[in-house]
Design a binder for this molecule. Structure first.
Ligand code: DCS
Length: 522
């Protein structure tokens, strides 16, 4: 099927989904059953269902019913069920490093421990248990967090940490950054959602999102009642991004009467693992300038780079270097988190958005919405403080901090090779190298017999394959349909996060499963 035809199909499925029809944009069966639009015997203005329930699935906000989130979809639920039945499951469906055995980095946890238990600072032996720079940092943070970690902070986050984030950006990019334009949130997810919520006014308001994409975007756009417009990444070109494809997608959306207001890119990519070049970023910025679109830079994997040709460069830096008119005109939202990198502190929920060239009145409105949540959590803010302001050369914790970071990055790089080499050694499987982030997204060419069996089981091909893989090996992955993929192609996403010793077993188990599967269905 041609690119255009495929895109039309995906758009049609998106549309169908938005209209509440039963088709799914993801061309798969991965959505949660409870999230499916239900045939309803209730009317819009019914206050309660005939069984007496006010909060009844037939009387729930339509946007909630239509929202899907594949990372915790059908495959995840089945894996949970198998786990409860006593099967060993390797949860490679979520980029959750600590759950797969990554150890917390020492310095941030020392600071967090002292902030959470400030009485330790008065303990006569505190200096035997904690290095002086961790003690000094905890004292500085506690002085700035009036009332300690148990008190609400400003709804945008503590001013000291916002200043540290601004300094981090200035040092990373060599550009000015204003702490008043930085909001701290419970993970980057909340930042993304705050922004999308402000941008989407009604169904015609559309956001350009890469296909494949991370379903935070499809789910949130759906939840806020907007429309997603997909632009394809080119798998054959290492999941490359082209200006031509962006223009095609924008034109098609505008021809349909959509109002494209935002463009998301993920660098390094999830689920695709590609690292964008400086030229790619310049193209995106130019495109957004010419078309008057807000650029949303999801840069949560900026530390996770496993190739040396294209080191991470932020959209903010490129924007600055491009000079006028871009520098002062392009509206940019940049996201970062403590969940990824080498810290992998997913559970602490720390993240931020930096807003560049955004109207002060719009920032005020986002502030108002952030205030509804009162305060981002304080431990996440402290973890963020440690991420953006780590020990410096000469500090007592510096050597250990740098060694821990380097060891984890080197190991992730080895695992990226192990996984992608493992996939490429399989018959009918191709996988672009995981240049960055935490995932591999192989394409699996399923034999016709397997597709027939999938159809008979009422499943999409990739869902069928992933379920069989889970049952046979305990490896829990996410079918490609959860992220979007070209029609008639089948992918899955796995993280590269199992520790190296488990990874050897993972690759062997996958290899054996795939060979058995192909034998059975050839
Ligand atoms: N953006 C991208 C591209 C992500 O992959 C994630 C998390 C987030 C934002 C949000 O992270 P936090 O809210 O934790 O800061 N990745 C999910 C994933 O694909 N697997 O695990 C979580």
């Amino acid at each position: 099927m041609s690119r255009n035809a495929a895109n039309r199909l995906v758009s049609a499925l998106f549309r169908a989904n938005q209209q509440g029809l039963s088709a799914s944009w993801s061309v798969g069966g991965t959505r949660l059953k409870s999230a499916m639009p239900q045939p309803t015997d209730a009317k819009d203005d019914d206050l309660h269902h005939k069984d007496g329930k006010v909060l009844h699935p037939h009387l729930i906000n339509e946007n909630v019913l239509k929202t899907q989130y594949a990372v915790r979809g059908e495959l995840y639920l089945r894996a949970e069920q198998l786990r409860k039945e006593g099967k060993d499951i390797i949860f490679t469906n979520v980029g959750n490093p600590h759950a797969l055995g990554a150890k917390p980095m020492t310095f941030p946890r020392q600071v967090l421990a002292l902030c959470a238990a400030p009485f330790l600072l008065d303990h006569p032996r505190v200096s035997e248990m904690f290095p002086p720079d961790a003690i000094a940092r905890a004292k500085k943070i506690l002085a700035a967090f009036k009332g300690g970690v148990g008190a609400y902070t400003d709804s945008r986050g503590n001013p000291l940490v916002r200043e540290e984030v601004a300094k981090f950006i200035e040092q990373r990019d060599g550009v000015p950054s204003n702490p008043d334009h930085i909001f701290l949130t419970d993970g980057a997810s909340v930042s993304v959602r705050l922004c999308l919520n402000a941008m989407i006014r009604h169904e015609r308001d559309s956001i350009l999102v890469p296909i494949p994409q991370y379903p935070l975007y499809s789910a949130s756009i759906r939840l806020y009642g907007g429309s997603l417009v997909g632009y394809y990444l080119d798998e054959k070109a290492g999941w490359g991004l082209s200006a031509e494809e962006l223009r095609r997608s924008l034109k098609e959306a505008r021809d349909e009467g959509k109002l494209v207001r935002g463009l998301v890119f993920i660098n390094p990519g999830n689920p695709t693992g590609q690292c964008l070049s400086r030229d790619n970023l310049a193209e995106l910025i130019k495109f957004c300038y010419e078309e008057r679109i807000v650029l949303m830079a999801d840069e949560v994997y900026q530390e996770n780079v496993y190739q040396d040709e294209r080191p991470f460069v932020s959209a903010k830096k490129v924007l600055w270097e491009m000079g006028e008119p871009y520098r002062s005109q392009v509206e940019l939202l940049s996201f970062h988190t403590v969940s990824k990198g080498t810290a992998g502190e997913c559970g602490l929920r720390g993240g931020y958005v930096e807003m560049t060239n955004i109207h002060p009145g719009a920032i005020e409105e986002v502030y108002k919405c952030a205030s509804i949540n009162l305060s981002p959590n304080t431990m996440g803010q402290i973890a963020l403080s440690c991420l953006v302001n780590p020990p410096k050369k000469g500090d007592p914790s510096y050597e250990q901090f740098v060694a821990e970071k380097a060891a984890e990055l080197a190991s992730l790089r080895r695992r990226a090779h192990m996984v992608t080499d493992g996939f490429n050694a399989l018959q009918g499987v191709t996988c672009n190298f995981t240049e960055g982030a935490m995932y591999a997204f192989p394409q699996i060419r399923l034999p016709p017999k397997a597709l027939e069996a999938a159809k008979a089981a009422g499943k999409a091909g990739d869902v069928f394959y992933c379920l069989k893989l889970l049952e046979a090996t305990g490896i829990s992955t996410v079918p490609g349909s959860g992220f979007g993929q070209e029609e008639d192609t089948f992918h899955l996403r796995t993280t590269i996060l199992p520790r190296e010793e488990v990874m050897t077993h993972f690759v062997e188990a996958f290899d054996k499963f795939h060979k058995d599967f192909m034998k059975q269905y050839s």
